[in-house]
Design a protein around this ligand. Structure first.
Ligand SMILES: [Fe+2]
Ligand SMILES: [Fe+2]
Length: 164
């Protein structure tokens, strides 16, 4: 990576909070209170981890939050898969495959947080530090999955409730 790109990347990282890129709102609801609450909790915790890292938070201190994020994501995917199985959702296999690939991404992020040790310097200053993959993960989860694939089962979920 060239110096110019590195500098550009660093400036972007320091000037953009997640809230300027994506904001939580009604447009992200799948009309299932439990699932909506889980999505919001994942967005909130992911945002907290990224923003703390961006503000120079210690990698060591952020590890428990990353562990919690991993656990919440696993629990959420299992719960959602159970709900979708329960309504006989036609796109289940494809949906589960997306979940698996996001869990793989989460595992990479988790490993990053153990690969980097605190050296007394703010971790937000390094391009190699693990904050960037966290941001990618959150954007991928909300924009790439919740607002598209999860939204795709919303109608089937509402219809199944109306039919029961
Ligand atoms: Fe979901
Ligand atoms: Fe999903």
């Amino acid at each position: 990576m060239s110096t110019t790109n590195a500098l550009f990347g660093r400036i972007q990282m320091q000037h953009h909070s997640i809230n300027t890129l994506i904001q939580w709102g009604e447009h992200l609801t799948v009309e299932h209170p439990e699932i909506d609450a889980q999505h919001k909790a994942l967005y909130d915790l992911g945002t907290t981890v990224y923003e703390k890292w961006r503000a120079g938070g210690s990698v060591n201190a952020l590890r428990p939050a990353v562990e919690k994020l991993t656990a919440l994501l696993k629990d959420h995917f299992s719960y959602e898969e159970q709900v979708l199985t329960g309504i006989g959702y036609a796109g289940l296999d494809e949906h589960v495959a997306e979940h698996r690939s996001m869990l793989d991404e989460m595992e990479v992020v988790r490993e990053q947080f153990y690969r980097f040790e605190d050296d007394g310097k703010p971790s937000g200053g390094s391009l190699l530090a693990p904050g960037w993959p966290v941001l990618q993960l959150i954007l991928g989860f909300i924009i790439g999955h919740v607002s598209t694939s999860d939204m795709g089962y919303c109608r089937a979920l509402v219809d199944s409730r109306a039919a029961s």
